[in-house]
Design a protein. Structure first.
Length: 79
């Protein structure tokens, strides 16, 4: 079993690297997210994909709420 981290910053192709805590070149603390202990890399990568997907959906939802609030403040009707 190992402790796993996902890189918060995507590579050029959009992938997020997954590493164990013993990896020599872990991303700096601000750029990595600890997400659990797993028996193998396959399980860890599967969970990391879910985490990144959920964070992306949450970020988009937050942006939409902000956009709607700005429109309301500006007196615009978004329908």
């Amino acid at each position: 079993m190992a402790f796993y981290y996902v890189n918060k910053k995507a590579q050029d192709n959009g992938d997020h690297e997954v590493h164990t805590s013993t990896y020599t070149y872990l991303p700096i603390e601000d750029n990595r997210l600890y997400f659990g202990i797993y028996d193998n890399c396959t399980s860890a990568v599967k969970e990391a994909k879910n985490i990144i997907r959920n964070q992306t959906v949450a970020t988009i939802a937050q942006m939409l709420v902000i956009h709607r609030n700005v429109a309301l403040i500006a007196g615009l009707d978004l329908g």
